[in-house]
Write a protein that binds this ligand. Sequence first.
Ligand SMILES: [Zn+2]
Length: 236
Amino acid sequence: MRHHLRHLLGVTGILVAVLMALAATPDAQAMRSTKIAPGVCKTVGGGKFVGIPGFPGERIDRRLLRDIRWMRRAYDIFITDGYSTAPYHAPNGEHPIGLALDIVPHKARGGTWAKITRLAKLAEPKQNRPRAPWRWVGYNGDAGHGRGHHLHLSYLHSDTKPRRPARIVYTHRCPQPPEKPTEPSAKPAPKKTPRKPRSGGVAAPRTSAAAVTSASTRELAPVVAETAGADLADAR
Ligand SMILES: [Zn+2]
């Protein structure tokens, strides 16, 4: 009996230790974003597949939501697919990890193919030379993509497996961190420090996908082009 009790206490002790260790590990949901160049934001952590506001049934890694909002306002985009494990998407592409968007004009909101073409040119000024944070752009010149069909945008990311959000993602706009539980804080809000005046007026160099890639090659998964016909949004 005494032995049994001691055993039980021992097990409880181990359980408590494990629980304490779990509580001490940093929040797995923590999201850290850093603007690394004009129009390029690096985010570590915080990946999760969520619904896209305004596009019922479509899901995406939540770290792309601010980019989507920006593209809706600036280019009147309509999203026909985001996170998807459907077999017609490249299995090692970005749809199965929620980092690819299939886009057509949102005609009801004034969208046109001219606007989509402008967005495509921003993301890929030269064929097969996408600008960071995009890693592969499917449009004119790519089979199964283009004006009148659809624009595909893939984002740079660290290696991961299908259905698993990548640890590191690059976006155009820094994502909004997930809502934290409201902390009862008596501390006054920190004072805003005045912005430093821009020095010189020399424009920062445009960052290319290649530059980001070479800067952090080990963090990034190899680029995968969606194969012809494998990415037809309307193949469903
Ligand atoms: Zn696509």
